[in-house]
Design a protein around this ligand. Structure first.
Ligand SMILES: Cc1ncc(COP(=O)(O)O)c(C=O)c1O
Length: 378
């Protein structure tokens, strides 16, 4: 499949210059079709396909497990990152304090506050880079848990998960990763990185739409006695409808307390199949190429990139420094160019449906808006 064939799978990309995956990208027609298939079947045949749907959920679980290099028994479906993070905080039963980069999205931090953990923050350096020396200096004897996003939503900084995992292992810290802003386009190997818990929402880079997410629980925490939630669907034989004793599944699926969100899970399955077909290395390379081009064009225009420049710290998110970003977002939207205001300016994000022409459109529009764009003197 070449890039124009991939682009054709995303009709929204023809209606808009859509550079806003970090907020929420369009779905491919393949993912949309899979979600819709469930609703169509439900409309035409009611619940008679229930058993088949359950089988399909397990196929998606296997696909997701393969995608992050885990075993299916370690995977649970959730409805959001916040949901998954709350489950993790519950599983860890106040085993110690949490350390977290200061710029993380609230889904990474608020669940821990709510569950009465002590949370400490590590400041990032220029361009949002988290330096492990700074993390080291913030560790106290009470620190047991490190929570970090793979890709930071407001700076675009991408963690080296293998180094972070090694760092945590050597200090006996539990590593919790929010992969929402990287899942689908940058590699994730929970085993090679020694990740203890991984969460993500499906509605961003995974291109699966709202209402579905994933949670990985490493084998050492797959202890159902520590699971903080249960429901009729958590048990080994739900159809037995036993209500006076617990007989939980021995897998992360026990965290799925009620009936599955079939449409979201099927859409996620189709999105993962597309990533698999295009190829992980090719996708990563494409994001880098588009971002190289974007950075080059911004440099030529004298606009300052506030996100990391080195490929190994970069993601699909670029922040263009400007102090009137919310106004620029509105002006661009009038031209059907969709971006967000985040961090130190304008957040532009590129996914596999984007093209070099999308970037040209953005840069031309920014040039037209020039009086409203604050250029950095540096
Ligand atoms: C890093 C990160 N995690 C998670 C989310 C979304 O959280 P939730 O799935 O809880 O809505 C966002 C949204 O911007 C995010 O940037």
């Amino acid at each position: 499949m070449d890039w124009s064939q991939i682009r054709a799978l995303f009709p929204a990309a023809d209606r808009y210059t859509y550079l806003n995956t970090a907020a929420a990208p369009p779905l491919s027609v393949l993912a949309a079709r899979e979600g819709k298939r469930y609703y169509d079947e439900m409309a035409e045949h009611a619940d008679v396909a229930w058993d088949r749907w359950l089988g399909e959920v397990e196929e998606v679980r296997e696909k997701l497990a393969k995608f992050v290099h885990a075993e299916p028994r370690s995977i649970a479906f959730t409805y959001s990152t916040s949901h998954g993070m709350n489950l993790i905080a519950g599983i860890l039963q106040h085993c110690g304090d949490v350390l977290c980069p200061a710029d993380e999205f609230p889904s990474c931090t608020l669940p821990w506050f709510q569950q009465r953990y002590r949370v400490h923050f590590v400041c990032s350096r220029d361009r949002g880079i988290i330096d492990l020396h700074d993390v080291q200096r913030s560790i106290t004897p009470e620190t047991r848990i490190l929570v970090a996003s793979y890709v930071q939503f407001a700076t675009g900084f991408r963690q080296d998960l293998v180094s972070l995992g090694r760092f945590c292992r050597e200090r006996k810290l539990i590593l919790v990763v929010d992969a929402t802003q990287g899942m689908g386009v940058f590699p994730i190997d929970v085993f090679a990185s020694g990740i203890d818990f991984l969460v993500f929402s499906g509605y961003k880079w995974a291109q699966a739409g709202y209402g579905v997410g994933g949670l990985y629980v490493s084998p050492r925490f797959l202890d159902i006695k520590r699971f903080p939630v249960a429901g009729w669907w958590s048990v080994r034989d739900p159809e037995a409808v036993i209500n006076d004793r617990l007989d939980l599944k021995e897998t992360a699926a026990a965290l799925e307390v009620g009936c599955p969100h079939f449409a979201g899970i099927f859409a996620l399955g189709a999105a993962l199949s597309l990533f698999e077909e295009v190829g992980a290395a090719r996708i990563e390379q494409r994001i880098h190429e588009l971002t190289d081009y974007l950075h080059q064009r911004l440099d030529d225009e004298g606009l300052r990139v506030a996100s990391p420049r080195a490929r190994e710290q970069r993601s699909g998110i670029t922040i263009i420094e400007m102090c009137n970003a919310p106004d620029v977002v509105k002006s661009l939207a009038e031209k059907r160019i969709i971006v967000s205001a985040r961090g130190r300016g304008l957040r532009v994000s590129v996914h596999i449906f984007n093209t070099l022409e999308d970037i040209d459109h953005l840069v031309a529009a920014l040039r037209e808006l020039s009086p409203g764009v604050t250029r950095n003197a540096r």
